[in-house]
Write a protein that binds this ligand. Structure first.
Ligand code: AMP
Ligand code: TRP
Length: 328
């Protein structure tokens, strides 16, 4: 008997919540690009999720298209992966509702990102923030994806997705595979403040597709090695955020770090170099991005085709789920 190898399906989602930053690319998007060559890959711009923080319709519409153009310019190839907008395939919302009935509220209340949101947007603790991870689980399992490329800040969400799958399978029989997170080698990327994770909403981001002057300003504003008072003091590259980021732009970071340790170079030198390297690295993507934004119909066509392609899969899963749950 022969067994047919089935290509694992991967899925990831990204919020259309503003300009993409280094954390997004180093933590996740690089893996999206790499994995599309090897697997059946589905990438989703999660506009429903974004509604938990973005409440202006025109802004959300614009950002959704911008995120699509961003992902395409950074290397997603519509011939090799499926790129779509979450709300264009709304079956996930029905599945999310059904999954809430197997998800204890306590699991959601203890989610770290929910606790963070309570601090970061205290005047807007909407119910969507609490159920956010349930919708995320629905996104993934609607397509029965098994691998999920995300940044390390998403570890708790992915664990919750797995728990929700187990809870569903326990109650209704084996229906969904447990999804696994796939990480890049980057840690959670810290923001320009050097303390909190880089995030669009915290104002500590380095925007990868911004014009060179903006990137330069963002990098030059970074907090460096706070223990280094004077230029002649030795630097500590292991704990300096600028030095850490150098690992991802060039293969000479060991030499650069030695220069820091021996105080041959200073923080300003390192920041100038990093800004130049980031700008160089993303120059071609930035050009592609501007071209795509000048042809928005092309972007919209790619997104529409993506959602259409997924329809049979989504329909099949929902039929199976409704049957298992007694909804007929
Ligand atoms: P978001 O913009 O929150 O939708 O994030 C999109 C992707 O980027 C997710 O896979 C995140 O895990 C990843 N990501 C966002 N911020 C960071 C960060 N500071 N470090 C590493 N990965 C990140
Ligand atoms: N929660 C993710 C983030 O904030 C975005 C997301 C939504 C996602 N649905 C997903 C990621 C499904 C992976 C799989 O970055």
């Amino acid at each position: 008997m022969t067994t047919t190898a089935v290509t694992p399906r991967i899925f990831s989602g990204i919020q259309p919540s503003g300009a993409p930053h280094l954390g997004n690319d180093l933590g996740a998007i690089r893996n999206y690009v790499r994995l599309q060559a090897e697997y059946e890959a589905i990438y989703c711009i999660v506009d429903y999720h974004a509604l938990t923080s973005t409440h202006d319709a025109a802004t959300l519409r614009t950002r959704t298209r911008e995120m699509a153009a961003t992902l395409l310019s950074l290397g997603l190839d519509p011939e090799r992966c499926t790129l779509f907008v979450q709300s264009h395939r709304p079956e996930c919302t029905e599945l999310a509702w059904l999954l809430t009935t197997v998800t204890p509220v306590s699991w959601l209340e203890r989610t770290p990102t929910y606790k963070e949101k309570k601090q970061n947007q205290p005047d807007d603790i909407n119910h969507g923030l609490l159920t956010y991870p349930v919708l995320q689980a629905a996104d993934i399992i609607l397509y029965k994806a098994t691998m999920v490329p995300v940044g390390r800040d998403q570890a708790a969400h992915l664990e919750l997705s797995r728990e929700i799958v187990r809870a569903f399978n326990n109650r209704y029989g084996d229906t969904f595979p447990e999804p696994q997170a796939v990480y890049t080698e980057a840690p959670v990327v810290l923001g320009t403040d050097g303390v909190r994770k880089m995030s669009k909403s915290l104002g500590n981001a380095i925007e990868v597709l911004a014009d060179p002057e903006t990137v330069r300003k963002q990098v030059m504003g970074m907090v460096t090695d706070t223990t280094r008072a004077l230029r002649k003091d030795p630097g500590h590259p292991d704990t300096c955020n600028v030095c850490q980021l150098q690992r991802f732009f060039g293969d000479d970071h060991e030499g650069l770090w030695e220069g820091e340790r021996t105080a041959q170079t200073g923080c300003v030198d390192m920041k100038k170099l990093l800004a130049a390297r980031i700008t160089d690295h993303y120059a071609a993507a930035r050009e592609r991005y501007l071209e795509l934004m000048a042809t928005p119909d092309r972007v919209d066509e790619i997104l529409a085709a993506g959602a259409e392609r997924l329809k049979p899969l989504a329909t099949a899963t929902m039929a199976e789920v409704r049957e298992r749950m007694g909804l007929r």
